[in-house]
Design a protein around this ligand. Structure first.
Ligand SMILES: [Ca+2]
Ligand SMILES: [Ca+2]
Ligand SMILES: [Ca+2]
Ligand SMILES: [Ca+2]
Length: 289
């Protein structure tokens, strides 16, 4: 039997959101929440009726001289706990049909307002329609400046590899917040904006245009050389940590070799994506010893 949720309409008059995922979005998928509602690729749920997941307007949330503004345009997705007093878990799921996809990136902007770090806060992924989730990124409020927007760029191929997940027709990305109070005056809450899921795969490179790539030494203790069989292709690269976070990038490389210095990074697995004129041509797993 389906549960019927009684929705508390907030005193601000915004519409609360709660609906099952009825569709798994094809990619590219993007939203900046400017329609004012969550489309049917989303499902939201809270562990108690105090949990609040709703779309806010840039002008509506002001406290102690600070205004919670959207990253882009007017609207953003907020998670908090109203009236608070006990802890609640807020979850917003995005359903994605990623069957057969490769080289998929999930990017988003996130801000928080005095939200304390708890292990439940973060980004989770499911490849089975939300039956089981794996945490792939911490969102530790205490480590970030309040109401400042931060960009996250997650390489889902890398995360799948690390966590034993697959691109399926019922792939779910879950945004989760855990805390015990509300935004304005209560000092808790997450803000999300400009969510984007897209494949960076190159499908139209002909055989003779293909750039051959050599990566060596790998494993390495410090440097990795990347040699490319063609020059003058306006190369760039992005280096990702094992948890899919972008840690280094370089644009407009006009030579046919790139030297990465991993000596300052911890031992472990990294991923480098290579681009030619903005299109991905190669992705490689690196082992730093
Ligand atoms: Ca927006
Ligand atoms: Ca928290
Ligand atoms: Ca903070
Ligand atoms: Ca708190």
């Amino acid at each position: 039997m389906k549960k019927i949720y009684l929705l508390a309409i907030s005193i601000m008059g915004f519409q609360a959101i709660n609906a099952q995922i009825t569709n798994y979005a094809a990619i590219p998928y993007a939203t900046g929440f400017e329609s004012g509602t969550l489309d049917n690729n989303w499902y939201t749920t809270s562990s108690s009726q105090d949990g609040r997941i709703q779309i806010w307007n840039s002008t509506s949330l002001i406290w102690s001289g600070d205004t919670a503004k959207a990253h882009t345009d007017s609207l953003w997705l907020g998670m908090d706990n109203d009236p608070g007093g006990s802890y609640v878990t807020n979850e917003a799921w995005i359903g994605l049909d990623l069957l057969g996809e490769t080289q998929v990136r999930f990017t988003f902007w996130w801000a928080e307002w005095n939200d304390e770090t708890e292990p439940q806060d973060g980004i989770y992924i499911s490849d089975d329609g939300g039956t089981s989730f794996t945490k792939v990124l911490d969102l530790n409020g205490a480590s970030y400046t309040d109401l400042q927007w931060y960009y996250f760029d997650l390489n889902l191929d890398s995360l799948n590899t690390v966590h034993g997940l697959n691109f399926t027709a019922t792939y779910v990305i879950k945004l989760q917040q855990y805390d015990n109070y509300y935004f304005a005056g209560g000092n808790d809450g997450f803000l999300f904006d400009d969510i984007n899921v897209e494949s960076t795969i190159v499908s139209n490179i002909s055989e003779q245009d293909e750039v051959k790539v050599k990566v060596f030494p790998n494993p390495t203790t410090d440097f990795v050389n990347i040699s490319l069989s063609k020059s003058n292709n306006n190369y760039s690269y992005q280096l990702y940590s094992i948890d899919g976070q972008l840690i280094e990038e370089n644009n407009s490389i006009n030579e046919n070799s790139i030297k990465l210095n991993l000596s300052d990074y911890n031992a472990g697995v990294y991923f480098v994506n290579l681009y030619s004129n903005g299109e991905m041509i190669h992705s490689h797993k690196l082992f730093k010893q």
